[in-house]
Design a protein around this ligand. Structure first.
Ligand SMILES: CC(C)(COP(=O)(O)OP(=O)(O)OC[C@H]1O[C@@H](n2cnc3c(N)ncnc32)[C@H](O)[C@@H]1OP(=O)(O)O)[C@@H](O)C(=O)NCCC(=O)NCCS
Length: 399
């Protein structure tokens, strides 16, 4: 698998790492191809829950199948191995009752044919740490202190879960993922060495924020070093502010890399000069495929109360979204049921629904893509108003 991703094939072969893999691999959810005495194809999924919009600020949750570790050896590509593995894997997810399947795509062109479509955005920032603009007030009563990586895990599980439900698009983060990231239990840290870990404690004694970061290689006698904020998780706005106050006051540092974040980070608005948080790259992050349209549309809430018949066209592998449904939803409640004979207000592809479902992309963008047709006048605007959310979705946990 490693060589397929252009990495050292022996990278994960310590005993501790093999034990870690064994602990997370669920044999029911792995598929592979074996030829000439070696694995030539892999695919793994894991169960998670995905937060979806529920009113202006809250979220609800749906069961999601998360697809990862998709590899086919260079010797065996374009022979249908991915198609075979993924077709069967989606069928399993559908049978298990998972509402959507999600992934992060190495390339845009691979997964559309299976019905996955971009649904959230990620953004990389570089924050200039020197100068007057790099100032943030420290919220009253907050204590920020350094602790060991093994200790930070104990706090992060609670902090992350409280953060996760504040925005649509997040998946669950497990302690196994944290141990791997931080290099605990004999594992090799994803970052190559042990990061510096801190927690932010509010005046009431509750730990509301965790952070790990490291300096990049270099010598500060030759000039200031660049640092990387590897993970910043805050359950409250004040904890976020306290952690950034800490980062902005790390001596000998020139810039902070702040990657795989939301496109609308509050950092920009907290800084004296918001422009020092420079957006470097924005990209399609989580791709989503609906496996059960009525369950997905019933699970979220809508900005306006309305009733629309959607004729969903799903010509991609599996065709799980195909059919006509009636969505009756608003800010407090929603119901979506199959109504095969109802007269359609909108005809749209499953891909379009996947793009707009979490609030990450506009319905207009899918009209541009040729994926939405208005069948009754005004239906497009009515659905767009229903789908409106205050914040774009974002997933904080790579997979
Ligand atoms: C991407 C990858 C998994 C595809 O596997 P594969 O077994 O060659 O794919 P298949 O032969 O099953 O191809 C299925 C279809 O996808 C298309 N396809 C496969 N890889 C593609 C790519 N990189 N770009 C565009 N289309 C691609 C094939 O042309 C075929 O099209 P068709 O349905 O019109 O016939 C493989 O190339 C690989 O391992 N790449 C490197 C690692 C990687 O990118 N993994 C994905 C991580 S998200």
């Amino acid at each position: 698998m490693k060589s397929t991703f252009m990495e050292d094939p022996k990278l994960d072969f310590t005993e501790a790492q093999q034990a870690w893999w064994a602990s997370i691999w669920d044999s029911e959810r792995i598929r592979g191809g074996y030829a000439d005495g070696r694995w030539v194809a892999t695919l793994r999924t894991f169960p998670t829950v995905l937060t979806v919009p529920d009113g202006a600020r809250g979220t609800a949750e749906i069961a999601a199948d998360a697809l990862t570790q998709v590899t086919v050896a260079a010797t065996h590509r374009r022979q249908g191995l991915l198609r075979g593995m993924l077709t069967a894997s989606l069928e399993d997810a559908k049978e298990r009752g998972e509402v959507v399947s999600i992934l992060r795509a190495a390339e845009w062109t691979i997964y559309g044919r299976y019905g996955y479509w971009p649904s959230t955005l990620g953004c990389d920032y570089q924050v200039v740490l020197a100068g007057n603009g790099a100032a943030i007030e420290r919220p009253a009563g907050f204590d920020v202190r350094q602790i060991d990586p093994a200790e930070v895990i104990k706090y992060q599980s609670d902090v992350y879960d409280r953060m996760r439900v504040r925005r649509a698009g997040h998946i669950q983060r497990t302690d196994a993922m944290r141990r791997r990231a931080l290099g605990l239990d004999g594992l090799k840290s994803r970052y190559g060495r042990e990061p510096i870990c801190v927690i932010a404690t509010a005046a009431n004694g509750q730990v509301d924020g965790t952070l790990w970061w490291m300096a990049k290689d270099g010598n500060f006698f030759d000039g200031k070093l660049d640092i990387e904020v590897l993970d910043l998780t805050a359950a409250t706005d004040d904890a976020y502010q306290a952690l950034w106050h800490y980062v902005l006051n790390i001596d000998l540092s020139a810039t902070a890399g702040y990657r795989e974040r939301a496109v609308d980070e509050q950092l920009e608005w907290l800084l004296t000069d918001g422009r020092i948080a420079r957006r470097q790259r924005t990209w399609d992050d989580v791709w989503l495929r609906m496996l059960d349209v009525p369950a997905a549309l019933s699970a979220r809430r809508y900005a306006a109360t309305d009733r629309l018949v959607l004729d969903v066209v799903d010509s991609d592998t599996g065709g799980y979204g195909q059919g006509r449904v009636t969505l009756d939803g608003g800010p407090d409640d929603a119901e979506c049921t199959a109504t095969p004979t109802a007269t359609a207000d909108l005809r749209l592809s499953q891909r379009a629904l996947a793009a707009v479902y979490l609030g990450g992309h506009s319905l207009t963008s899918q009209v541009w893509a040729g994926y939405v047709d208005e069948e009754s006048p005004g239906a497009l605007d009515r659905f767009a108003v229903m789908l409106r959310t205050d914040q774009p979705p974002w997933n904080a946990t790579g997979f």
